[in-house]
Design a protein around this ligand. Structure first.
Ligand SMILES: *[C@@H]1O[C@H](CO)[C@@H](O)[C@H](O)[C@H]1NC(C)=O
Ligand SMILES: *[C@@H]1O[C@H](CO)[C@@H](O)[C@H](O)[C@H]1NC(C)=O
Ligand SMILES: *[C@@H]1O[C@H](CO)[C@@H](O)[C@H](O)[C@H]1NC(C)=O
Ligand SMILES: *[C@@H]1O[C@H](CO)[C@@H](O)[C@H](O)[C@H]1NC(C)=O
Ligand SMILES: *[C@@H]1O[C@H](CO)[C@@H](O)[C@H](O)[C@H]1NC(C)=O
Ligand SMILES: *[C@@H]1O[C@H](CO)[C@@H](O)[C@H](O)[C@H]1NC(C)=O
Length: 395
């Protein structure tokens, strides 16, 4: 029999009064071995964190205390500094765990090295495994080796913590070390910073007629790159005429990206023109020129007027004279007639590229089934041939 062990992170929400003021989520385990004069005493004790419970009636919001079996406690305590760090603390009475080997019934407190450096309104995340080695100053009859291993750890201290803050400080272990690659490109290149998400809208009074979100980047000559920054300023016109709306994004020095949206007679909405005005002095001070490239007259990214358009795949919106504008996680809604201009729920028109990726799984399943049919068929034919052969012999 197959047994799948699904390790799930366990969540602990510490409530003081009516408000959750510490949130903790983690998986992993604590391990304890005891020894006397170098000889192990009893077996190693391993306890999974999902077997721990919150200690009841806690009144402080700078520490979250967990307990296992009413005996072993593990705490995560903020040092209250700015930025703060978290100290793991463990506490147990030796004779509760090793009654035959010790006479000590006083609780011994162990501490491990602090971790993290994050501000009051951040949550700290460490998906990687962290090893916490606990030590104590207290002299004990037995010598203890106490360790905790945590994974998928997330912790936040605050007040009214409905959920973890989106503002996350991640541990260094989670960021893979970047090995610099040898450049094979000839000529000057600007390295590509991580894509930024643009969230732009155009409003007229109470009505947000256009909303567009996505990550967009411009490449020139395949050597110079610029992301449309999230700080790009949006402006536009909700009624250039009865069937035309415009969104303009301005950024950097003299850069402008202009989308023209048209509502067709059949009530479809499409982008009929994209203009990009760029000044290359931003990318390379040696080349100074303001130019505009455009694609027009096409029904690009067609959507239904009562819904929104979505394309998660990285697609090329514009490609003229070695200037390309690419977008991913793009969504837009135009000719909207309420305040929100929601990009979720309702009618959505998704680009074909997304459907290709989402149909990969069904295709794989289909291919596997087809393979199975072929194998069964071959087995059947071989079987038939054999039985026929024996049939001839017996005649
Ligand atoms: C919390 O975040 C805000 C902005 O996001 C910042 O101005 C403020 O300084 C932060 N507070 C703390 C305690 O870090
Ligand atoms: C905006 O909304 C308010 C309250 O909902 C309403 O009184 C006002 O007429 C609206 N203005 C426009 C231009 O629709
Ligand atoms: C791109 O290449 C063209 C000609 O090949 C050149 O004139 C232009 O300056 C280049 N642009 C940049 C930004 O390097
Ligand atoms: C939108 O365009 C129309 C027609 O050109 C113009 O009359 C109107 O003032 C423009 N609105 C805004 C907000 O620029
Ligand atoms: C609306 O304005 C656009 C851009 O100026 C123009 O191309 C289009 O012909 C106009 N449509 C109508 C119906 O006036
Ligand atoms: C989209 O693909 C182009 C070309 O491969 C790349 O330069 C660009 O960074 C990609 N954009 C995003 C947002 O991933």
């Amino acid at each position: 029999m197959l047994v799948f062990a699904v390790a799930a992170a366990k969540d602990f929400d510490l409530k003081v009064g009516n408000s959750t003021c510490v949130k903790l989520s983690l998986e992993g385990q604590a391990e304890l071995t005891a020894s006397e004069s170098g000889k192990p005493v009893g077996d190693k004790i391993t306890v999974d964190f999902n077997k721990f419970e919150l200690v009841e009636n806690q009144t402080e919001c700078n520490v979250i205390k967990l307990i296992y079996g009413g005996v072993v406690q593990v705490w995560f305590q903020s040092d209250g500094k700015k930025p703060q760090a978290v100290t793991p603390i463990a506490a147990f009475a030796p004779d509760a765990l090793f009654p035959n080997a010790t006479t000590e019934n006083n609780t011994v407190v162990f501490t491990a090295k602090s971790f993290g450096s994050f501000s009051g309104n951040q949550s700290f995340v460490c998906k990687s495994q962290l090893e916490h080695d606990f030590t104590t100053e207290t002299k004990t009859e037995l010598t203890f080796d106490l360790k905790a291993f945590t994974e998928k750890l997330q912790i936040e201290f605050g007040s009214y913590l409905e959920k973890f803050s989106d503002d996350v400080e991640e541990c260094a272990q989670d960021t893979p070390s970047t090995t610099p690659k040898a450049s094979t490109t000839v000529g000057p290149t600007t390295p590509m910073p991580p894509a930024e998400s643009v969230n732009a809208s155009v409003s007229n009074g109470n009505i947000t007629c256009i909303r567009l979100v996505g990550e967009m980047s411009v490449a020139i000559n395949s050597t110079h790159f610029l992301n449309v920054p999230s700080s790009a300023v949006a402006s536009g016109n909700c009624s250039l005429n009865a069937t035309t709306q415009v969104l303009e994004l301005t950024f950097e020095k003299d850069w402008m990206l202009r989308f023209t949206f048209v509502k067709n007679t059949d009530s479809d909405v499409a982008i009929t023109q994209i203009d990009l005005t760029y000044d290359t002095s931003v990318l390379d001070s040696a080349v100074e020129a303001t130019e505009t490239v455009s694609v027009k007259g096409q029904s690009l990214l067609k959507s239904s007027a009562d819904g929104y358009y979505m394309c998660n795949a990285n697609t090329t919106l514009l490609g003229v004279n070695k200037v390309t504008l690419t977008a991913s996680n793009l969504k837009y809604r135009a000719f909207n007639d309420d305040k929100e201009a929601k990009l979720s729920g309702g009618t959505v028109t998704e680009c074909p590229a997304d459907e290709e990726t989402s149909s990969v799984v069904p295709i794989a399943v289909g291919a596997a089934l087809a393979g199975l049919v072929v194998i069964v068929l071959i087995a059947y034919l071989i079987g038939r041939r054999r039985s026929r052969a024996t049939g001839y012999e017996s005649v």
